[in-house]
Design a binder for this molecule. Structure first.
Ligand code: FMN
Length: 149
């Protein structure tokens, strides 16, 4: 019943690198099976994930994700109908303190530390849009598993 986009913030509980790789691989597989695109950022112990897809598929996936004990304190930052996808595939990045993508982040959040709970529903969409432009220009998204440091 139409395309929706959902962006949420959450706090990692016991994440290490192997687990993160695991989550990204599962997400890659299940998201493409469910026609879901988007991206995830992991930094400073927090997740920011953008998911877009058909409303029914998106709801089911999000409900599964929200039950996952590897993160908690899930807050939906924005959710609503969209005309077109921002992302053509699904990708994830680990953001260290360096790199062009972290410069983008700094533009949107007052402080130096990544804290997705501080984003408003409107600036988080612009952030994701900027990140998607960056991802496309650095050939880093579209169904590709990538953890950039
Ligand atoms: C931060 C985080 C993000 C996740 N993102 C996705 C995702 O985008 N798509 C997905 O299918 N699973 C994602 N998962 C994994 C799901 O929570 C769940 O383990 C997976 O969907 C397997 O579901 P199943 O029990 O139906 O096989 C994520 C987990 C975490 C902790």
């Amino acid at each position: 019943m139409g395309l929706y986009r959902l962006i949420y913030a959450s706090t990692a509980t016991d994440i290490d690198r192997d687990l993160l790789t695991n989550i990204i691989e599962t997400s890659n597989r299940l998201n493409s099976k469910n026609y879901i695109t988007g991206m995830m950022i992991f930094d400073n112990g927090y997740f920011l994930q953008l998911l877009e897809g058909e409303r029914a598929f998106l709801t089911k996936r999000f409900l599964e994700i929200s039950k996952d004990t590897h993160h908690n304190d899930i807050e939906i930052l924005t959710c609503g109908p969209i005309h077109a996808r921002l992302f053509t595939g699904w990708g994830a990045r680990y953001l260290g303190s360096q790199g062009a993508s972290s410069k983008i982040l700094k533009r949107y959040q007052g402080g130096p530390e990544f804290n997705p709970y501080k984003f408003t529903s409107s600036n988080v969409e612009y952030l994701c849009l900027d990140m998607s432009t960056f991802a496309v220009s650095s050939n880093d998204v579209a169904n590709k598993l990538s953890i950039a440091q």
